[in-house]
Design a protein around this ligand. Structure first.
Ligand code: SIN
Length: 481
């Protein structure tokens, strides 16, 4: 049980491992077995204030480090994450139910943000602006925004932390990470590795709590937090935005999605089936970019349905620690009930199940395909966040685009077509922050991840990622002779 080396049962504040000041704690359970894995501090707003004070105190010295020094810290952290990838993946699988192969994939994906931003740290270039008069010189510089708070979700216990703190730390900002109560252990292990990497006291802080509302409110309202980055649901994102108004806090919000996956009649159907499979069933359907609606052109509908159903029947459910397992449990009972509610609603409105549809055991649900889905169903409007694939039918390209855009969300979208003109037309017409064209997996550290409409704003990763953690300052030199 090598992962135990990384198993922490305290939070990390101001360079120390601490309990909650109120002395409370809560259990972390394994969704695959229901067993308790560990107990962590149940912190309160008072604990948040301690962390904010520590980070605020650490800021001047940390931002004064050279970019090269910050890059070296991040690189050391990256090397440690890679050194402990098996242990981190094991811990992640235990607390989240993510199957081992995907957990290993997430560690690599998450670590890549640290590597990427260790490189970007040195490239936060400003600008020289040609002045409008001869006696002036004008320059734009970029500076660290200040203390950053990151509130991260349970579905990516590692990568959603690194995607936020990577650019923040690279820019010169101390961070406070509120890890999710369902999966705090991977985040605490990450804090331990950050400590080993040598980040100065107060620069990297990690809080655990059941009181997400209270912690979020404190982070939003405290004037020393200059930037808050959140990944989670749209309703919670709206609350955080409202609470941040009093301090006019800068926000990045990566919120819910309702991803369409369009299969045109000129698509390579086998590739479309594979694309839909990986995109729909990644982490058992529990990602914000998972396909939520599969829209198939009428002339290829039956053929796609048959091939896709067969592919879904081939998915392997079982022991999440086994590397061959592809489908794990849902995160909790509430998640399971949502899946059941969506299926029931779809059935009463005419959908039929071609495979799956039942609880296997505990929180394990059979991968399910629903034929004959229609826009009036709950599953067409809400993120199912589970292993259910509804298949809709459309006739024309215009109808497909209209159906795809008929949602308040705008995170990820996908379509399959072999016609290059159609590819450009549809890509430009889809109202989404990200479009996969003949591709079901689009997430990478090198590209900007983020949404439009009620899926939020801000972009994570890529060359654009640093800008969200820096302020632009204009310098005007007058009286130049
Ligand atoms: C998410 O589900 O919030 C993130 C998914 C990803 O990074 O691919």
């Amino acid at each position: 049980m090598e992962y135990k080396k990384l198993l922490k049962n305290q939070a990390f504040v101001n360079g120390k491992w601490v309990q909650a000041t109120a002395g409370k704690s809560f259990d972390v359970t394994n969704p695959a077995t229901g067993e308790i894995i560990s107990t962590v501090p149940d912190m309160t707003r008072e604990d948040v204030r301690h962390a904010i004070d520590a980070a605020h105190t650490a800021w001047p010295d940390y931002r004064a480090l050279t970019a090269k020094e910050r890059a070296a810290l991040l690189r050391r952290w990256f090397d440690l994450i890679i050194e402990y990838k098996e242990e981190l993946a094991h811990l992640m699988t235990l607390e989240s139910g993510k199957v081992m192969t995907e957990s290993l994939g997430e560690v690599a994906y998450g670590a890549a943000f640290i590597e990427w931003f260790s490189e970007e740290a040195k490239r936060t270039y400003g600008d020289v602006i040609p002045a409008p008069t001869p006696d002036k010189r004008m320059v734009v510089i970029k500076q660290a925004i200040g203390v950053v708070a990151a509130i991260t979700p349970w579905n990516f216990p590692l990568a959603m932390i690194t995607r936020k703190v990577g650019p923040a730390l690279a820019a010169g900002c101390p961070v406070i990470v509120k890890v999710p109560s369902e999966t705090p252990l991977t985040g605490l292990a990450l804090a331990y590795l950050a400590e080993q990497a040598g980040f100065p006291k107060g620069v990297y802080n990690t809080l655990t709590s059941k009181d997400s509302g209270g912690i979020g409110k404190e982070l939003c309202e405290h004037p020393h937090i200059r930037k808050l980055s959140f990944t989670g649901s749209t309703p919670v994102g709206k609350i955080l935005m409202e609470q941040s108004a009093s301090t006019l806090k800068k926000l990045s919000l990566e919120l819910g999605g309702n991803a369409p996956f369009i299969v045109f009649d000129d698509a390579d159907l086998d590739e479309a089936v594979q694309g839909a499979l990986v995109s729909k069933f990644r982490h058992n359907g529990q990602t914000c970019v998972c396909v939520n609606r599969i829209l198939v052109q009428d002339s290829v509908y039956d053929a796609f349905l048959e091939k896709f159903t067969k592919a879904v029947q081939g998915l392997k459910t079982g022991d999440v620690l086994e590397k061959a397992t592809q489908i794990g449990p849902l995160i909790n009972q509430k998640g399971l009930e949502k899946v059941q509610e969506h299926i029931k609603d779809a059935q009463t409105k005419g959908a039929t199940i071609t495979t799956g549809g039942k609880v296997k055991e505990g929180l394990f649900f059979q991968p399910t395909v629903l034929a004959g889905a229609t826009p009036d169903m709950l599953i067409a409007r809400e993120e199912v966040f589970g292993p259910v694939a509804p298949i809709f039918k459309f006739k024309t390209e215009e109808e497909a685009i209209q159906l795809a855009n008929d949602t308040e969300y705008g995170l990820a979208s996908y379509f399959y077509s072999q016609n290059v003109n159609r590819c450009w037309r549809v890509a430009e017409a889809l109202e989404y922050g990200m479009v996969g064209i003949n591709e079901g997996l689009i997430s990478t550290e090198v590209a900007p991840f983020g949404g439009i409409k009620e899926s939020g704003f801000g972009r994570e990763g890529s060359k654009y990622g640093m800008d969200y953690y820096m302020e632009m300052k204009y310098l005007c030199f007058g009286g130049v002779q």
